[in-house]
Design a protein. Structure first.
Length: 239
């Protein structure tokens, strides 16, 4: 394969008085450094997901706004943040198409949640109010290129392999939602000490790795975080 084409769904944002399709530079730069070719996927027309999915070799689901709860059968709680139906619909469609076509995926933050929802799981709309014990600070006030809480990797997980055998790793954290009920095709492979889900991987194949933290903001100073992107491009090449 020539350099693999990695699709990244874009947010729809008002920036300097104009609506724009935006993807963060962190993901774009990490994919390029790892040997992929990032391609922005506009998300205003969910019906185009089929056409876009045929163009790409792998799918990166980035961070972004909250997922609208109707996609997992709930009504919105007061603590829910901003959401965008069309972003949700487009991503859910792209995930299902990638899964059916066996195209590898990497999820980051919201990406981990939307992968789980697309495949039949659900999420906490707000971990601070829906988990009945005190949770950690998952919306860190420290700079985002620094870790703030630890995560524990499952024995034998892909993450343990990517992180050279380590199972207790400091990561950054910028979320108030998290995976709750797991989709049947996924296994939980990282948790924070407060029980919050921090990563999922596909059960029976190499198709999905999705982390709740932000490796795209840490990889410049942390080779293990960059290895998440190298592993993704390797999975796409070998798919
Ligand atoms: Mn966290």
């Amino acid at each position: 394969m020539a350099k693999p084409i990695i699709g990244i769904p874009a947010e729809y944002q008002l920036v300097r008085d104009l609506y724009r399709n935006t993807v963060n530079q962190g993901e774009v730069a990490a994919i390029i450094k790892a040997g992929g070719v990032p391609v922005l996927i506009p998300t205003r027309e969910p019906d185009l997901a089929v056409a876009y999915s045929e163009l790409i070799d792998g799918l990166l689901l980035p961070g972004g706004p909250d997922v609208a709860p109707r996609f997992f059968g709930e009504e919105p709680l007061p603590e829910m943040g901003e959401a965008d139906d069309r972003l949700d619909e487009t991503e859910i469609e792209l995930i299902n198409l990638a899964f059916a076509a066996r195209k590898p995926m990497l999820g980051i933050c919201r990406g981990a949640q939307v992968i789980n929802i697309a495949l039949g799981g659900d999420i906490y709309q707000d971990i601070g109010t829906q988990i009945d014990h005190q949770t950690y600070q998952h919306h860190q006030k420290a700079p985002l290129d620094q870790g703030s809480h630890y995560v524990d990797f499952a024995e034998g997980s892909k993450l343990q392999q990517i992180f050279r055998g380590q199972r207790h790793v400091l990561v950054n954290s910028w979320h108030h939602q998290a995976v709750r009920k797991l989709a049947p095709q996924l296994k939980l492979t990282a948790k924070a000490g407060d029980g919050v889900a921090e990563a999922v991987e596909s059960k029976d194949n190499d198709l999905i790795l999705a982390v709740q933290w932000h490796p795209e903001l840490m990889y410049r100073k942390n080779a293990d975080e960059f290895a998440i992107f190298e592993d993704f491009i390797r999975r796409v090449r070998e798919a």
